[in-house]
Design a binder for this molecule. Structure first.
Ligand SMILES: Nc1ncnc2c1ncn2[C@@H]1O[C@H](COP(=O)(O)OP(=O)(O)OP(=O)(O)O)[C@@H](O)[C@H]1O
Ligand SMILES: [Mg+2]
Length: 574
């Protein structure tokens, strides 16, 4: 109720109620007054007429000097009025409703005075004689010569006049009240209707303001409200679209920033971190202030300059590495964006590149120089046998060049991506047989024992037969190459969803601290010994790439002086 009192509906209702009640009340009182006035005038007229009608009889009686009282009494009743005859000077000669002998002088009565002055006197007053309110009309009675014989007064009680009007007024009042009631009910209904419509609109708008943009205002009711609802709905729809677009943008931005290798930070002027991407947090942790995260005085200087120069680029060393920092004033005087680009990574890549070129050149140069040397000395060969021996040596070095170049080509094609080699079901048995045969021969040549063990039921692998053969050759080649005496074992085991291939030897082994590095390109544990055996350090890095191509795993176990075991596990076709 209290809530309703403050509503627009309540105000409309109260205004209506006031207006209707007031206008009906005014109408009612005006009608009552007018009717009363009309009725009074009518009564006055009829009284005057009666007085004028009675006057000739009174004149005659007065001229003849007869007793008026019996006549007055006889006339009073049927005419329905009180008749009084007052003699000049005020003495009451006759009265239809009172004994004239006991009545005081009536000369000073207002109606009598007025009748004397104007020929007709009217008065409305309380009769002390009769004790009730009366309407009086008085006329002077004169003889032929115009001498005053007395005053005739007729009176009529006012109460019956009013009483006669009461039923009319009562009906009028009742009808008015009914009208008021009807009008108020209509006003109440209308105000409630408008109120409830407005409340629906208000509720929906509030829901929209609180972020629920899926809300729609029902497009019903009066025309203006329908228009309002329609505009609100289209506004909500546009906002929804706008927010969605913004959210999409934000998500794209977040994805972009989080997948960026560079570090991105936004700070305020005091260095409080307002935003940072994952790369930044990963490296520097979740700090509130930039200074605490980076801990370098160089940054403070860069940070003061950015507000003057708008954009500053500088190389900054932090405990977590060296970065090329680009600071940009994002919101003038308030927010700055800092981009950290890891310089060390770039330097490392550059070094790798130059190292690679140097290594390749060196590896190529050595056999070429040797071949050139033999070519020069070939001419000086004394005998055909000696020449033959030189040619044999040249052939060996050229073969080494060829295998080096083909290793490099294989490695670069593997690094380039998967697309160069197609995947198909591979007959692993055939490849194993072929390489085992080759390894047995090579082992025998070196005086080593070779054994080949198989376990489980063979099943196909999805992969490249060429690459799988290269993998086996490289592992077996190493085992034979780095085993001066003893034995080399190749074993295959099909179990569950994978096949594991193991190559084990009783050779020189790999020192523990070098085991991680042997898979790097051109890395050799002992370069002088490898060179002697013709190794370039590419074999194991090729193996690592081939295992990766087949989504397999690689495990190395080795003890210096005791031997090495390398296991490759490759998933089977499911
Ligand atoms: N079975 C093994 N026993 C001992 N040392 C090994 C064995 N396999 C590899 N190594 C060491 O790891 C190094 C890297 O091997 P990798 O096969 O990559 O190169 P490489 O054999 O020297 O030359 P390439 O294979 O390119 O002809 C070798 O130089 C060697 O020092
Ligand atoms: Mg090798």
């Amino acid at each position: 109720m209290r809530e309703w009192m403050g509503s627009l509906g309540a105000r409309i209702f109260l205004a209506f109620a006031l207006l209707i009640s007031m206008s009906l009340a005014i109408t009612y009182f005006n009608v009552v007054k007018d009717v009363e006035r009309f009725h009074l005038a009518h009564t006055e007229d009829s009284l005057t007429q009666k007085a004028r009608m009675l006057r000739p009889f009174i004149r005659q009686l007065l001229e003849e000097g007869k007793d008026l009282q019996p006549w007055v009494l006889a006339m009073g009743k049927p005419s329905g009025v009180r008749i009084t005859v007052i003699l000049p000077g005020g003495k009451v000669a006759a009265d239809s409703e009172h004994d004239p002998a006991t009545m005081e002088s009536h000369w000073s009565r207002p109606e009598v005075q007025m009748a004397l002055k104007r020929g007709l006197g009217m008065s409305q007053r309380y009769s002390t004689t009769l004790g009730r309110k009366l309407l009086y009309a008085a006329v002077p009675v004169k003889d032929m010569e115009g001498r005053l014989l007395g005053v005739l007064r007729v009176a009529y009680p006012l109460a019956p006049v009013k009483e006669a009007l009461h039923p009319l007024f009562r009906r009028l009042l009742l009808e008015n009240l009914l009208l008021v009631l009807l009008a108020l009910s209509l006003a109440l209904l209308f105000s409630r209707y408008v109120s409830s419509q407005l409340k629906t609109v208000a509720d929906c708008t509030q829901a929209m303001a609180q972020g629920d943009l899926t809300t729609r205002v029902p497009e019903t009711g009066v025309r203006e409200l329908k228009i309002l609802a329609r505009s609100l709905n289209s506004m909500a729809a546009s906002l929804q679209e706008l927010f969605k677009a913004r959210e999409d943008e934000r998500q794209k931005m977040n994805l972009l920033l989080s997948s960026m290798p560079d570090l991105v930070v936004v700070t305020d002027r005091k260095g409080t971190i307002l935003f940072a991407n994952q790369a930044f947090f990963r490296l520097f942790g979740k700090e509130e202030k930039l200074w605490r995260a980076l801990r370098t005085p160089r940054l403070a200087e860069l940070f003061t300059r950015v507000w003057e120069e708008k954009k500053v680029k500088e190389e900054v060393s932090t405990p977590r590495g060296t970065f090329e920092v680009t600071a940009i004033e994002m919101v003038p005087g308030k927010e700055a964006l800092l981009l950290f680009h890891d310089v060390e990574e770039r330097k490392r890549l550059e070094k790798m590149k130059t190292d690679f070129v140097a290594n390749v050149s060196h590896e190529l140069k050595t056999p070429l120089t040797v071949v050139k040397g033999y070519l020069e000395t070939l001419e000086m060969a004394k005998s055909p046998e000696e020449r033959e021996a030189f040619i044999k040596k040249m052939e060996k070095h050229i073969q080494r060049l060829i295998s080096l170049v083909s290793d490099l080509l294989l490695l670069s094609s593997l690094e380039e991506g998967d697309t160069l080699y197609s995947r198909a079901p591979v007959d692993m048995e055939a490849i194993l047989e072929k390489t085992a045969q080759w390894a047995e021969q090579a082992s025998r040549d070196k005086g080593l024992t070779f054994s080949f063990q198989k376990r489980g039921t063979p099943r196909p692998i999805i992969g490249s037969p060429y690459l799988l053969e290269q993998l086996l050759i490289n592992l077996l080649d190493n085992a034979i190459k780095y085993t001066p005496q003893g034995k080399v074992t190749l074993s295959v085991d099909y179990r569950g969803e994978e096949v594991s291939i193991n190559v084990e030897d009783t050779g020189i082994g790999i020192p523990h601290d070098k085991q991680d590095r042997v898979f790097e390109r051109f890395y050799r544990v002992d370069p002088s010994r490898s060179r002697e055996s013709g190794g370039t350090g590419l074999g194991l890095s090729i193996v690592k790439h081939i295992v990766g191509f087949h989504q397999g795993k690689l495990m190395l176990k080795s003890r210096e002086g005791e031997g090495t075991s390398i296991t490759v596990t490759i998933p089977l076709e499911s």
